[in-house]
Design a protein around this ligand. Sequence first.
Ligand code: CAA
Length: 248
Amino acid sequence: MTQDKKYVALVTGATGGLGTDMVKQLIRDGYTVAANYRSPQKAEAWQAALKAEGYEPHLFQADVSDYESVGQMVAEIEAELGTVDILVNNAGITRDGAFKKMTPENWDAVMKANVYSVFNCCRHVINPMIEQAYGRIINISSVNGQRAQFGQCNYAAAKAGMHGFTKTLGIEVARKGITVNTISPGYIATDMVMAVDEAVRAQIVKGIPIGRLGGTYEIAHLVSFLASKEAAFITGANYAINGGQHVY
Ligand code: CAA
């Protein structure tokens, strides 16, 4: 990939399993990376670990489920680093449980962290992207937004909603040099997946034709591709990356 300027990439939920490898990959690709985090305690240790490996992302705190908090963060990024050229909406949570017992709190928390966050971040970066006639937006959804997973009515609704959003925003900004795409990872070896009961997880892995969990670096590699200038003709697309667990 060639870069004619130092582009600024914002990764939300950067300190998580997927986010960490995305940040490293984007730094290796030559981007200035703004790494969003929510919890200061975790972020400090995370930054120190990355620094020890030679990576220097710029940290920005915000609760992505809160519109004002995101607005403040984007203003800080613009002042310190410049316009956000690449936005990776990666932050997300699960609150799994059978629907018959699902609380309104667990519904709201998942909708806010996974899909309101996409509105909040996109809304704050889209006009500067339109003004400069360039941008890349990558929404990290899930195989479970495409297929059914027992215990995830809230998460599936949010993740399917993300791709509905991608498709429409994609066509709205298609003539402005901005692409909007979804990546739908399957089961990747992150803390979120490792928190699933071991027996349930083993059953899920049996249903993955490639026969293993995905690696975080495999998602980062796809993010890198979609973030590139050369991916300009890809918009409104959903990239499944799930080891064959769900093919359609
Ligand atoms: N299939 C069918 N029935 C199931 C079931 C399943 N997988 N799991 C539970 N049940 C049944 C139970 O037998 C029980 O039946 P009765 O009411 O008749 O007794 C009923 O459903 C309720 O069971 P529980 O009380 O155990 O349900 P729960 O509310 O505690 O939730 C669960 C169960 C913990 C959600 C469990 O189903 C589970 O772990 N599912 C997997 C969730 C999962 O894959 N999460 C992915 C997290 S990672 C991620 O999301 C990243 C990504 O993008 C891929």
